[in-house]
Design a protein around this ligand. Structure first.
Ligand SMILES: [Zn+2]
Length: 166
């Protein structure tokens, strides 16, 4: 049985989805959309990098230890990555996961690849605090949104500890 619980008081009332927007508006880094923040050098500075990947801290978050991994090349999704990147992703994801777990007090590391905001390949690694079973599964990003933010300096310091463990 799952202990997952939404971070809202009940009763929640389901709503109908709105009108579909087709074609969808262009995303950052997509033709016709705003410029890619990563390629423009406007993303948060990387705490770690190698020849294929860069690792970045979040801003305005509530879970220290969260990081996002980006490809150095501007491509959209897994199927667009060069073969070497595809083959290397599991290796680098394992290193990031291990480095986050080494921070301690973490139950599990969740990976999210949404792709709805920007068209430059990046994957989120988000630690679920140890024992916080209500934030299991899909509830973690909702809890992340609702919990009070911690200072960006603290998020960056935790990401630097992750980088040191890579
Ligand atoms: Zn880009």
């Amino acid at each position: 049985m799952s202990s997952m619980t939404l971070p809202y008081q009940e009763p929640l009332v389901p709503r109908e989805p709105g009108e579909r927007q087709i074609p969808e508006p262009p995303r950052r880094g997509e033709e016709g959309g705003p410029p890619c923040m990563l390629c423009a050098g406007k993303a948060t500075a990387a705490v770690w990098s190698d020849d294929k990947w860069t690792l970045h801290p979040p801003v305005g978050g509530s879970l220290p230890g969260a990081v996002w991994l980006a490809a150095r090349v501007h491509v959209d999704s897994f199927s667009d990555l060069p073969g070497e990147h595809q083959a290397d992703f599991g290796r680098v994801a394992a290193r990031v996961e291990r480095a986050i777990l080494a921070l301690g007090d973490i139950g599990r590391v969740h990976l999210y690849r949404w792709g709805d905001g920007g068209a430059h390949f990046h994957v989120w690694f988000v630690p679920r605090p140890l024992g916080m079973l209500e934030a299991s599964g899909m509830a973690l990003p909702l809890w992340e949104d609702v919990l009070p933010n911690v200072p960006d300096e603290e998020l960056r310091a935790a990401a630097e500890r992750v980088a040191a463990g890579m």
